[in-house]
Design a protein around this ligand. Sequence first.
Ligand SMILES: Cc1cc2nc3c(=O)[nH]c(=O)nc-3n(C[C@H](O)[C@H](O)[C@H](O)COP(=O)(O)O)c2cc1C
Ligand SMILES: O=C(O)C(=O)c1ccccc1
Length: 372
Amino acid sequence: MTVIERSLPYSYSHLEKAAELTLEKEPFTYVQSGAGAEVTLRANEEAFERWAIVPRVLKDVSSRNLSANLLGTHLPSSFMLAPIGNQGILHDEGELASAKAAAAFGVPFIASTVSTFSLEEIAAANGDGSRWFQLYWSSDFEVTASMVQRAETAGYSAIVVTVDMPVVGHRERDLNYQYFPLALGKGAANFLQDPVFQSRLSKSPVEERDVALAELLSVFFEPALTWDKVQELRKITSLPILIKGILHADDAKIAVDLAFDGIVVSNHGGRQLDGCFSSLDALPAIADTVKGRIPVLFDSGIRRGADAVKALSLGADAVLLGRPYVYGLAAGGENGVKHVIEQFIKDFDSAIALTGLTKASDANRSILRKVN
Ligand SMILES: Cc1cc2nc3c(=O)[nH]c(=O)nc-3n(C[C@H](O)[C@H](O)[C@H](O)COP(=O)(O)O)c2cc1C
Ligand SMILES: O=C(O)C(=O)c1ccccc1
């Protein structure tokens, strides 16, 4: 399948630039920035430069299988689109454009709790595509339960509980601009359209939007969340449950012991705790602990095909693509996301062949060396 929007650039840095030229400075900064001095944001990318692929040759790579299958979901190229909230600040069609683009390539889409469009609207745009729902656990448990049930009804096939945001990271550049999309209502649709959330209000969100947004902010964070509480999700849904935001091998062990269905090794793209471990550096010990008992997904720093090869070699079963696709969204809407997906698949395919592999799932540590 060849698309698309030839005016869009091919490299990550140029895509970022294209997004910067399209957007106002506040929404661009919101996407690009990280917490604190952005040490972790930089470390996520730099960690990939400390691993080098040592390719094998003469392996007949004429036919290649890039796919992964996990938790009943088919990933044609071993990656999914990461949950990214508030996409309406980047393009009017927001998550609808991204979910359509993902479906066109059969790439699974993970919809965020704080999407600009509701999970039902995203499901309609995603159509026959495959999709998971990312859950931010609300301190109003009945709202959490209602959202999970809605996701199940709307054809989402797994729940990804993000646990690295008991509070929001100290994002200095957003603070400088005093720019907080959730407070502006840019990621409120799943709440405003939720019947349980609406029942908490004396007037409808349309009549009293400010009151509704204040209620949203008051129930959004749940700093008291624990492993025990997350386990209660089992009573509400039969869908697979993954835990996103794992960096410590001991937490990976707890996730396995408590029979969660998968984990996402992630530091939220350097947006939460600045100074924490890069995601790639965290991966090997986690993979050694999990030992294949549950799927290990990975994000934070994936920019190119070879990055995905490295993450798979260090023990990930699949990766999530984050900032690259939303820069495509900002610069070119649905076609921009298609462009990014298409190029990422081509790059990944080429990297697999040049590594001397015919199956992405065969990637392992024998083809990697630590450098520097
Ligand atoms: C603008 C933006 C919004 C995000 N929103 C969410 C979200 O709503 N839920 C979530 O679990 N992660 C969210 N993330 C984190 C991503 O899912 C992913 O972990 C991160 O983007 C990976 O880093 P990378 O994009 O630098 O590779 C967001 C990231 C960005 C850049
Ligand atoms: O920006 C984010 O990373 C994010 O997920 C978020 C969601 C809600 C409030 C603040 C940040």
